[in-house]
Write a protein that binds this ligand. Structure first.
Ligand code: SF4
Length: 558
């Protein structure tokens, strides 16, 4: 089975030391990415670690094809205990850093400890250097990347960094790379901030010498010649459909469609798109560099999720206002989904929907923990009672934009996902929208038969996260291409995905979480039975936990 290659590099920022450890067995068993991060966390992070404590680690991990020219592989994984969900969480970012990471010769880089001074950690194929950077305190993401470019000659494609939000431990702070790409969900930027690490750079010339089968060229060609609508509108191409079927959260989740959708839909984004945007080596190029010359706004995106969080959920019907919110989040280093939903919650409490000036002020206040921003920086689960608004979260993570009250299988997925109310954990929504090209589309209503489908999809997504293959490769990365590329039966590859989901659940079980945490703030018909069915299919206990013997079996060498 094809898997990532190279050692684990552990960087302890408390002692400013580093060491390399061979992790071949872990790589063989988990391929790379999220699986390797999850397995390493089991070995190296105490189950009761404080997300902000020195004993929590961040594991940056790559897959086997990050040094190839294959489309859909310009991505990276980061795993750690999330300060937003308090659970083990993996987050995935696109951009261009993955190639530079692979060039350091490491399969995984662990950042652990806690520094006394603000640092940049420079990782190369020759070793690790630590640079104290007190002058970068409070610097924005573009300020950090400009500094590194000017002082070290490394472009933003070599950099993972945080903005002021990460330094101030905003619980949904991102780790940013290539300036506009984010390890977004779950607040891993705040973990880096708690370690007093402002940035990590990756550079080298020691990419692993792996032969990727020639199928990669077929994938690349098909991606280049496809006329898929995502190449024009990215994820925003789904906006009108979601609105039509009433799956577009609006006015802090109180409505399911938005009367102002035309101002923020895929066409509105495409109108502001000024060039193609991509991740390294990806011929699909679905990214969205946008600008509005009249108002002087330039950003990358917004993606569909941000169109919801800062658009319909805040009752904002002008895409340029959403673009501006997107740009502010990137600049300060915050997840655009959570930040928009947090702002929407505040607007609900103050009856201020549509107040764009307030929205943009709040984004800056949250990033700096100024005034009410200090409370909002804690996330909806922690402030909703104070603000007397509903708690639209699962496991502390606020909902993504494909509403589970309409797409019931997606609702079940939000409830059970180890990461909380996150759409990428299974992408179950894709089977429940009435899309013309989906022969195997499911009725959106009802949960009958869906637990098994949710599991299948979760396993397939976890496999993508281990191999570091982008979610949007679905039409191109067929099971037979997975088999050809990874040199294994598709069923055994899915088994890797399944192991990873179970291992994550075990880690979270050890932190005291169970079935009570797999719950929704709304009712779905047959939900409790569907939960039983889901646990039974997974081989988990009916209380939603995974025992240590099960995890030990998964981690054991064959
Ligand atoms: S499909 Fe889009 S997000 Fe995925 S790797 Fe290609 S450009 Fe990046």
């Amino acid at each position: 089975m094809l898997h990532a290659a190279g050692p684990l590099l552990t960087v302890d920022v408390s002692t400013q030391t580093s060491e390399r450890t061979a992790i071949d067995t872990v790589l063989e068993r988990f391929i790379g990415g999220r699986g390797v991060g999850t397995a390493l966390a089991h070995e190296r992070v105490p189950f009761d670690a404080d997300p902000f404590g020195p004993e929590n680690s961040l594991f940056f991990t790559t897959g086997p094809m990050q040094a190839s020219t294959m489309s859909f592989t310009g991505r990276m994984n980061c795993t750690g205990i999330s300060p937003q969900t308090d659970r083990l969480l993996s987050s995935n970012a696109g951009g261009f850093m993955s190639r530079n990471f692979a060039a350091t010769g490491n399969a995984a880089v662990e950042i652990t400890g806690q520094s006394d001074e603000l640092l940049i950690v420079h990782v190369t194929d020759g070793g690790v250097e630590f640079e104290a950077v007190p002058e970068l305190e409070d610097a924005t993401v573009p300020e950090v990347t400009t500094y590194i470019d000017e002082t070290h000659g490394l472009s933003s494609e070599h950099v993972a960094c945080i903005g002021p939000a990460g330094e101030r431990r905003v619980r949904f702070a991102s780790i940013m790379t290539t300036e506009s790409r984010a390890f977004g969900r779950g607040g891993l930027g705040a973990v880096l901030g708690a370690k007093n690490v402002k940035a990590i750079t990756f550079d080298g010339d020691s990419s692993p010498d792996l032969e990727v089968p020639s199928i990669q060229m077929d994938v690349h060609r098909d991606a280049a010649t496809s006329d898929h609508i995502m190449k024009r509108q990215g994820t925003t191409s789904v906006t009108d459909l979601a609105n039509e079927v009433e799956a577009l959260p609006t006015r802090y989740f109180s409505e399911l469609s938005f009367e102002g959708v035309e101002g923020i839909n895929g066409d509105a984004v495409e109108d502001r798109k000024y060039t193609r945007g991509t991740c390294s080596a990806c011929a699909f190029a679905c990214k969205l560099p946008t600008k509005d010359d009249e108002r002087g706004v330039e950003t990358e995106g917004p993606e569909y999720e941000t169109v919801m969080s800062f658009g319909s959920n805040c009752a904002v019907d002008d895409i340029v206002d959403v673009m501006q919110s997107n740009e502010l989040c990137d600049r300060y280093g915050m997840d655009t989904i959570t930040c928009g939903n947090v702002v929407a919650a505040y607007l609900a409490s103050e009856d201020e929907f549509g107040n764009v000036e307030l929205i943009h002020d709040l984004v800056a206040d949250i990033a700096h923990r100024d005034g009410v921003g200090d409370r909002l920086a804690e996330g909806i689960e922690r402030f909703h009672e104070d603000l007397e608004v509903e708690n639209w979260t699962v496991k502390g993570l606020d909902f993504a934009a494909h509403d589970g009250r309409t797409l019931h299988g997606q609702g079940l997925s939000y409830a059970v996902a180890n990461r909380g109310a996150d759409h990428m954990f299974s992408t179950m929504y894709a089977w429940e929208y009435p899309l013309v090209d989906a022969d195997d589309a499911l009725e959106p209503t009802g949960l009958e038969g869906k637990p098994a489908v949710v599991i299948e999809q979760e396993n397939a997504r976890a496999l993508e996260d281990c191999g570091i293959v982008c979610r949007f490769s679905r039409s191109f990365m067929t099971p037979d291409r997975f088999e050809g590329l990874f040199d294994a039966e598709y069923e055994s590859l899915l088994e890797v995905g399944s192991r990873v989901v179970t291992l994550e659940r075990h880690f979270n079980s050890r932190r005291g979480f169970d079935r009570d945490d797999d719950s929704l703030p709304y009712d779905l018909p047959g939900f409790e039975n569907a939960l039983d069915e889901y646990y039974d299919h997974r081989g988990w206990a009916r209380d939603g936990t995974v025992g240590t013997s099960h995890a030990t079996e998964i981690l054991a060498d064959d």
